[in-house]
Design a protein around this ligand. Sequence first.
Ligand code: FAD
Length: 486
Amino acid sequence: MSDTGTWLAALARDLGPAGLWRPGIEADDAQLQPHLQDWRRRYEGRALAIARPVDTAQVAHIVRACAAQGVPIVPQGGNTSLVGGSVPDDSGQQLVLNLQRLRQVRHLDAANLSLTAEAGCTLHEVQQAADSAGLLFPLSLASQGTCTLGGNLASNAGGTQVLRYGTARELCLGLEVVTAHGEIWSGLSGLRKDNTGYDLRDLFIGSEGTLGIITAATMRLYPRPRGQATALVGCGSAAEAVTLLQLARQELDAGLTAFEAMAALPLQLVQRHHPEVAAVLAALTESSARGLPAWVVLIENVSSESSGHAHTRLHALLEQALAQGLIHTTALASNQTQQRAMWQLREAIPLSERAEGLMVKHDIGLPASAIPAFVSTCEQEIAARWRDARIVCFGHLGDGNLHYNVQPPADASSGTALIRFEREVNDIVFDLVAHFGGTLSAEHGIGVLRRDELARRKPPVALHMMRAIKRALDPSGLMNPGRVLS
Ligand code: FAD
């Protein structure tokens, strides 16, 4: 047996049954495949093995074993990354460290409004744990049945409730981390205030597995709102949607939890691929002879008093917006089934895009005030260059976060033409993002997909500091190499 074979066999023994999957030994191709290919099916690699620890001590043991052998580690949670961050490269030399078996909710402290859970709990499991105690864990993503708490923190996930509750970073109070040296840092504090030097927690959040392995986290909980109201409204332009956002902030204040915008084309894709979900749009189109509005916005308002109160305030906002000509059609959900249907429409967009075919995707952030000018300028530049490219634009408008995806015309949909198309579209989109003071990744992170763009566009001083942090915490460069930084 080779040296590699020997230490892997020892690791397999140490981790116990199902703790290590070596290709062709404990696992066949079908078992390995979901861990080797990303959700978008853009990246596919090979792994030396897939480690499946059950607790923090096993994670530390794996990291120490890999450090001793100089084996790079790719941390993996639910593998829903949209930037190719959680699958190995094609060298067959990287070890995937999958955290999905670290699955305990360790502690819920209702009086402190906090919960401590292990990295492999799915986001849905964390939400359920809070819910069983009558509390709310507000992080919410369409991938919540699969993505994990560790992955959410490693990628500083955003989602649909950021407007009111913040990103994963803002929801996190403390972390437990296995460092690149295999030491365990127990920083699982439930404190709201702790000014004792550099913020280590914030270094690991959003580091995409390049600095260490998150094994558990203490997260903020909130009182569950007593009432919730949801509406879909039709706007004639992005400018109207942004003015509506301003009005909604003013009128609903902290009650405004979601402001999701969807242009007509993504909604048409839902109508085509998930017509059962798109039925909720009928309420908007029936009152308008012109079909789908240019933009549909999903607005959610919560209340600490009652659903009736949330409903009344949202209704008043819609009346005001209609009077000001900011919206032209409205549908206010009158029960939870209708509310759910509105959210299903929003959540069906990524799935409908996937069914429609290849898109060049962008997850950009802009000051809300710059969004109308960005949308119209970018559309003009893309149309001037490719008559038949189609723009699928939707996103968390309340956070200035747009998913700005472009479907190539038929003659640029494969091979070198597609590569050229992607490069040129990226240049147009990211140049305009920079012009309007935005960011090239609002919530999906950098991974492999945006690594070179980051190197090109981030100020040299910032890159220099990032590299210094990487060298200090992972001097051998074994933690998720090639992601975020080259
Ligand atoms: P993975 O995909 O497994 O990993 C993500 C990154 O974190 C990788 O770099 C990986 O190496 C690293 N990592 C994973 N676990 C750990 C750990 N324990 N310690 C250290 N590093 C780790 N994202 C949003 O922000 N907002 C959205 O609204 C949103 N919607 C989505 C909708 C769909 C349908 C899909 C498929 C994805 C969506 N995403 C969204 C992206 C993705 O779901 C999130 O980034 C999620 O937080 C990733 O969690 P995961 O457990 O799947 O992590």
